[in-house]
Every structure is written in structure tokens, then in C-alpha cells.
Design a protein around this ligand. Structure first.
Ligand code: PMP
Length: 398
């Protein structure tokens, strides 16, 4: 069987990670991976997480199975974190959540649900988008399509072009929307645009699948969820994939959730949730528990929760400071390049306007690794690195 695999083509993103890991040059600069780094360049464990983990391990009475749908206390805590305590769908009976191994698995489960219930649906993505996001749906055999999103000239979201592109979607199609800190561009919808998009989806009978992977990294925990909260208050049907990887810095522990918003609630919602459990059982059987138990503990303990919020806020402002430092330095070092668009963007990422060839030259000649679309992670920068990056860009843009 395995001898059929003779011409393996590297996945674009994994290929970048592999080349970077094998690069022994001392100046190597990995701006590709979407992990938060502090001012020492470390990807630290949050103190609140370390403390909660110790508490959970000390008090854990059993390691018996939890089940395919995961930890329901985590599911409830995440519903409240993402939607807010007072949201109308909380306690409405319409919201059903599974704990999943990260948002990656949540997206894969969503794809499996769509394939089961609406196999002719097309899934719409922004252009550009985090490439792996599309894989979850194509691997499930679903049709995918792209709508315009980003204006490379101005570094802003081209909302008219987005709606124009989505005008080609048919009733029942699914639109994948990033809740905040769009990956890769950092260009987010304004609250007004969320309102217009909600109305657009309602009128055209499109179902939103909102991916919330960076809550707390844009304008703050509450502000980053405002758009999706509005949408969830108005849509009869919706799905939300949630990642705890970044917000709690628990990337490798694999914690996330998939929320289903059912039009009526009651028995129908219960069945959708149980069906999701069946699909999960066939995909990976069950999610791991420890990370979810740790986050549940943080969210239920006022002092741990406050400590976590403060740490996330420190991370958010650190990334913003690096955005500002980058723009300040680029303004002097690269006078022909107007980088001020980066200050209007949110989260860890922005894109540099580079062709694939220029991006590969940066890798080969300067040991600088960026993601496709020229995405860079500000959290991986420091003052010296910004200087080096500007020099490298000056060479490839000449
Ligand atoms: N959605 C988006 C938009 C992401 O950027 C990522 C991580 N790159 C994920 C989902 C997956 O996150 P997780 O680690 O929770 O699987």
C-alpha cells in the first residue's frame, strides 16, 4: 500500500516549518508560526495555567473516560467566554457545544456534519485565508470557493468586494468568517460590517461558520467577540469553532470547541448534538481532558480568571507595541513602503506584499521565514530583528 506514495508533495505550510527547522544559520528568523512570544522570545506557559494545572492534578480523582462530546463544564465556560454571560442564546436550549481537540478538530467535525447533512453545500473562504483551514473541508470531500476580502493596495478589508463575491453563493452555502484577528491579514470586519453581513446572510439564507481563534489578541476579550455575538443573536442557524490554543497559550494541549446554534432548540438541538458525538466517535473517539479541565478551573475561580485576563492583556499590548515598533522602523528604513496599514490591523499577523518568489528569496538569502501571503507574526520580532528584516526586505524589493 505505502509504495503508492511515490511523489509526495510537501504541504506548503509544513514545508516552510521543515525548512526553517533545518536551517542552521545563526541569523535564522522564524516569523511564520502563529505562536505568541514574549519579550524574551519565549512561548511561555501562563502563570494562571500553571497554577490551575497544579490544582487540577492535585485534586483529580479519576482518569476514567469523559466521552466523545468532551467536558461539559468546559463547554459551558467557553460558551460564556465567547458569547458573554447575558447573551440571548445562552440557556435558550438552541446552543449545543462539544469540546474538541482545538479549533482544528472543531473545523473538521463541522466539515463532517456538513457532509452528512448538506453534502452539496459550498464552503466560502476569504482570499487570502489560513490555508490549512480549507483542508478540513476539502479532505471531507466538500466543495470550496473563495470570495475577495483584502485590498493589498490599502491594506484594508474590501467589504463591497466581499459581499459582491458572496453574492454568487447559493442558499444553504456556508461562509467561514474569522471572529477577530483575521488569519493571515489582520484585517477585521467592523461592528457595522458584522451587522450588514448578518443581514446579508439572513436574506440569502447563508449559514455562518465563525472561527474564533484569537479572542483577546485584537481589541480585548469582549471587543473581539462583539461581531460574532451580534451575529449569533440574529441567525437562526450558525456554527462557531473556538480555539483555546492562543487565548490560554495551551497550543499543544489541544483545547477547543464546536458550538451549534439550532433554529428551534428542544429535541432537534439535542439530536444535532448527539449526531455530532457520533461523528466525533468515528473521527478520533474522544478529546483529551486535561487542558479543558485546566481552563474550566481558571474560568470558575475569580482570582485565576483575573490573573489569566491580565496575562492575556499583557500579551495583547506586547504585540501592539511590536506592530508600532515595526512601523516606526520601516518608515525610516523603507521610505518607499507605506507600512501604516499594519497599525489598523489586529492580532499577531499582517501580510507583507511579497511575491512567492520574493518570499523564497527571503528564506534562501536571508534566513527569514514567512507564511504564504507574506504573513508575519509580530510576536516573533524584537528590535534587532526588525532592523534585520527591513534590510532583507530592502534587498528583495530592489
Ligand atoms: N482557526 C484559525 C483561524 C487559526 O489561525 C488556527 C491556528 N492556526 C486554528 C483555527 C487552529 O487552532 P487550534 O490550535 O485550536 O487547532
Amino acid at each position: 500500500m505505502f509504495d503508492k506514495l511515490t511523489d509526495y508533495q510537501d504541504d506548503i505550510i509544513e514545508g516552510i516549518f521543515r525548512r526553517c527547522a533545518a536551517d542552521n544559520r545563526p541569523e535564522v528568523m522564524n516569523l511564520s508560526i502563529g505562536v505568541y512570544r514574549d519579550r524574551h522570545g519565549a512561548a511561555p506557559v501562563m502563570n494562571a495555567v500553571r497554577q490551575a494545572e497544579a490544582d487540577v492534578i492535585a485534586s483529580q480523582q479519576t482518569k476514567a473516560y469523559v466521552g466523545p462530546l468532551g467536558n461539559m463544564a468546559y463547554a459551558g465556560a467557553i460558551e460564556r467566554l465567547v458569547l458573554g454571560d447575558d447573551h440571548p442564546v445562552i440557556d435558550s436550549g438552541r446552543l449545543k457545544t462539544a469540546q474538541t481537540p482545538g479549533a482544528g478538530a472543531a473545523l473538521r467535525v463541522a466539515a463532517e456534519l456538513i457532509r452528512d447533512l448538506a453534502p452539496d453545500t459550498t464552503i466560502w473562504f476569504s482570499d487570502p485565508v489560513w490555508l490549512h483551514q480549507v483542508d478540513f473541508f476539502t479532505r471531507a470531500g466538500l466543495k470550496v470557493a473563495w470570495h475577495p476580502y483584502y485590498d493589498w493596495q490599502s491594506g484594508t478589508l474590501d467589504f463591497d468586494a466581499m459581499l459582491d463575491g458572496l453574492g454568487k453563493a447559493k442558499a444553504g452555502d456556508i461562509v467561514v468568517i474569522h471572529a477577530a484577528c483575521h488569519n493571515p491579514t489582520g484585517a477585521d470586519l467592523s461592528l457595522d460590517q458584522w451587522r450588514v453581513l448578518t443581514e446579508f446572510c439572513l436574506q440569502r439564507k447563508l449559514m455562518p461558520l465563525v472561527d474564533s481563534a484569537y479572542q483577546g489578541y485584537g481589541d480585548g476579550i469582549e471587543a473581539d467577540a462583539a461581531g460574532l455575538r451580534h451575529m449569533a443573536a440574529h441567525m437562526p442557524e450558525m456554527m462557531i469553532a473556538v480555539s483555546s490554543s492562543k487565548s490560554f497559550a495551551v497550543y499543544r494541549d489541544r483545547v477547543g470547541a464546536l458550538m451549534l446554534l439550532h433554529p428551534e432548540g428542544g429535541r432537534g438541538a439535542e439530536e444535532a448534538w448527539l449526531h455530532m458525538g457520533d461523528l466525533i466517535r468515528g473521527l478520533y473517539f474522544m478529546p483529551p481532558d486535561l487542558g479543558a479541565a485546566v481552563i474550566t478551573h481558571i474560568m470558575s475561580d475569580a482570582s485565576l480568571k483575573a490573573a489569566w485576563q491580565a496575562e492575556l492583556e499583557t500579551a495583547r499590548t506586547h504585540v501592539q507595541r511590536l506592530r508600532q515598533l515595526t512601523v516606526d522602523h520601516f518608515t525610516t528604513a523603507l521610505p518607499d513602503f507605506d507600512s501604516r496599514y499594519m497599525l489598523r490591523q489586529k492580532g499577531m499577523f499582517s501580510c507583507l506584499p511579497l511575491s512567492d518568489e520574493q518570499r523564497l528569496t527571503l528564506e534562501q538569502d536571508h534566513a527569514v521565514y514567512l507564511m504564504p501571503s507574506g504573513r508575519l507574526n509580530f510576536a516573533a520580532l524584537s528590535e534587532d530583528k526588525i532592523t534585520y528584516l527591513a534590510e532583507a526586505l530592502n534587498t528583495v524589493w530592489k
